[in-house]
Design a protein around this ligand. Structure first.
Ligand SMILES: [Zn+2]
Length: 683
């Protein structure tokens, strides 16, 4: 079969095996999933085919850029040059004073300390590696001898450890990066024997990483892979002029990052949530900066990178702070969990002259978001003070990550705004789905997983945050993955394919050929209209043949959720809504989510309370149904004491659903035709 341009396959085509069914193919894929499950996949554990594919990948052409050799014999060269240091010193006393104060504070915290000493422990060794750039940077800016002595002692201690946890995973990546930076930045301040010791350790560890190979070496979208290869690349850039093989470390990292960009979605997103996305992005940006400086390779024209800022901007909570910062789906908390994101925003703002990203980064810094996070020392280098910030208030309120079917929306950009999120996409996004489908269609002898294990079985789920409080929530980091914990529907007790395992069960989704997609996301004056199609994401045993969720956001504060379902047999449905704090029974047929001074009315139409129940933080509605069924819910977040919303069904023709909603004197009439996906809203 001819290979299309930009093909991701290895140069050597693995032999076509006996044609496999989709299920057989997927069930034979556990080796691919094991890598995702954070199980060390030592080389010995690889199959011959896996090893052959990786070796073939490494044989891809990579002409060594001539620019690299122009840096031979010059230090520092990683992120900094003598000229850049002069500028950073100047900035630290002026335009970058606030960032410098953060860097100095963090660096001072390391003064006189030794790194964590348990070299068998991944977390300790990650901290050991991360501690180095802060201290070395503080010395370069201040020239303080105590900073230098402390940094050197730290580096030499790390280099004295016999190994860095298992060498070829996150710990090895963090230590390689940190020690490489220390070697390069403090080059003239080591004695010859110290330099030889650090160099020898870097060579030893880089070999262990490269040939390990890195645990996630070919899981193209996994944050582990990016961090591991950024560490390997940094060692290469630090040593290429002293150790001939070091160029090979750069080469491997560059090939991996090219493949990552080739596979990454065009919308800057990830279904794994902002925490892992942030880890990937800060690793990638560091590599791309090194590649541009030292190889002359510019990766910034890639669409994924161009959309990094919007993925942050539109997910940021209206009144964000250091602990409550982001509305996210997947295995993530409500902050970026030590991965910024201010440094990410500064970098892409400077690159693309994005004044709103600049504003958000400055404002996040002012509020202490991500202060002193693992890698935010880069802000001192990446903030471009010549770019004037512009408040985000003029951005569109609807943000789409179209590849993963992830939408966030808000009433306005004020701190007290109502914010909603909705998700309905293929398990890891459209682009990845095409890649997986192709493997099946072409009967690849081995299933090739490329990431996504931190995604959730959350099709057609939504979140609501209003007036500074959570009202409809995602569970955050969860093991095992479950649909029941999401604001969507269970059918005859079944959740969606992908649930039930520690990491998202891709096998189950692929075996069923299951898809789901956001089929409409219209921004209109006064309201936005989304339609999610769950397609066949529920197991066949559920007996569900159609689940369209119509999510109508009437700005500023009314959400209408219309579920249009088709059931093959008499079925029981469970409609779920999880809140942050508690539920109470409201007047007549309503329920009220309560979170301090903020409440949300939930009214089912028609208005029988039968089947609805409160179980701690979960409101559920059980419905017995057969054939075509509709569930209509009207949600109204408001301040406590604000007017309660009242909705009623009105007579209408055909498949049209007519709703009259009254919220404190504001009257809205909605005519929604689920069959035609048309909606008319009149005041
Ligand atoms: Zn979730």
């Amino acid at each position: 079969m001819p290979r299309p341009p930009g093909d991701v396959r290895n140069a050597e085509e693995p032999p076509a095996g006996i044609p496999l069914s989709r299920r057989e193919f997927v069930l034979g894929s556990t080796a691919g999933l094991a890598a995702l499950a954070c199980v060390p996949a030592a080389f010995g554990a690889q199959t011959d085919l896996e090893r052959a594919e990786w070796q073939a990948f490494l044989r891809r052409p990579w002409p060594r850029p001539a620019r690299l050799d122009s840096f031979a014999g010059r230090h520092p060269r990683l992120f900094l040059t003598p000229e850049r240091i002069a500028r950073v010193k100047q900035d630290a006393g002026g335009s970058h004073a606030a960032i410098w104060s953060m860097v100095r504070e963090k660096a001072n915290g390391y003064l006189g300390r030794l790194p964590p000493m348990n070299f068998e422990k991944q977390q300790d060794m990650r901290e050991a590696g991360r501690g180095i750039p802060w201290q070395a940077l503080a010395f370069l800016v201040t020239g303080n001898d105590a900073c230098l002595a402390s940094a050197k002692r730290w580096i030499l201690t790390v280099c004295g450890f016999p190994h860095w946890e298992q060498n070829n995973s996150l710990a090895g990546g963090e230590c390689l990066f940190g020690v490489a930076i220390g070697y390069d930045w403090l080059y003239p301040h080591f004695t010859d024997s110290e330099r030889a010791q650090v160099r020898a350790k870097l060579v030893l560890q880089a070999r262990a990483m490269k040939d390990g190979p890195p645990v996630h070496h070919d899981v193209w979208l996994a944050n582990h892979n990016h961090l591991e290869h950024t560490g390997l690349a940094a060692a290469g850039f630090a040593l290429f002029d002293e150790v001939p093989e070091a160029a090979g470390w750069i080469r491997q990292a560059d090939l991996v990052y090219r493949e990552f960009l080739h596979q990454a979605a065009g919308d800057g997103s990830s279904t794994e949530g902002h925490q892992y996305w942030g880890y990937t992005t800060e690793s990638a940006l560091r590599y791309f900066e090194l590649a541009r400086d030292l190889l002359g390779t510019n990766y910034y024209d890639h669409p994924w990178l161009k959309r990094v800022a919007q993925f942050i901007l539109h997910s940021t909570l209206p009144d964000f702070n250091s602990t409550q910062c982001v509305m996210t789906f997947g295995d993530a908390g409500r902050s970026f969990n030590s991965h910024g994101p201010t440094h990410l925003l500064y970098r892409v703002a400077a690159e693309y002259r994005d004044r709103q990203a600049q504003w958000l980064a400055l404002e996040m810094d002012r509020r202490g978001v991500g202060r002193g996070d693992f890698c935010t020392w880069t802000s001192l280098l990446w903030y471009d003070a010549t770019l004037a910030p512009e408040p985000i208030s003029r951005l569109p309120t609807l943000g789409r990550s179209e590849d993963i079917g992830w939408v966030t929306d808000r009433s306005d950009w004020s701190a007290g705004a109502v914010m909603v999120g909705f998700k309905c996409g293929p398990m890891h996004g459209h682009k990845t789905q095409v890649f997986y489908d192709r493997q099946f269609r072409e009967k690849w002898p081995r299933f090739k997983s490329i990431g996504g294990g931190h995604g959730h079985a959350d099709v057609n789920s939504f979140q609501i945050y209003a007036h500074g409080k959570w009202l409809a929530i995602d569970p955050g980091y969860e093991r095992p993955k479950a649909t029941r914990t999401h604001n969507t529907i269970l059918v005859n007790g079944h959740g969606q394919l992908g649930e039930g395992t520690t990491w998202f069960d891709r096998d189950a989704v692929l075996a069923a050929g299951a898809k789901s997609a956001l089929v409409r996301s219209d921004a209109r004056p006064g309201y936005d209209y989304l339609v999610g199609d769950a397609m066949n994401i529920y197991p066949a045993a559920a007996g569900l043949t159609k689940f369209h969720r119509h999510f109508l956001y009437l700005k500023p504060d009314i959400v209408v959720v219309v579920d249009d379902l088709q059931l093959a047999r008499a079925s029981s449905l469970e409609w779920l809504l999880h809140t942050e704090s508690e539920w109470r029974s409201g007047e007549e047929n309503a329920f009220v989510a309560v979170n301090d001074e903020v409440e949300m009315d939930v009214q089912f139409l028609p208005g029988a309370k039968t089947g609805a129940k409160i179980d701690r933080r979960t409101l559920s509605l059980a419905i017995a149904a057969e054939g075509q069924t509709r569930i209509v819910a009207v949600l109204h977040p408001r301040q406590r004491g604000g007017a309660v919303a009242r909705a009623r069904l009105e007579p209408s023709a055909g498949s049209v659903l007519a709703l009259a909603i009254d919220a404190g004197g504001r009257r809205v009439r909605v005519e929604l035709d689920p069959a035609r996906q048309s909606v008319v809203v009149t005041a």
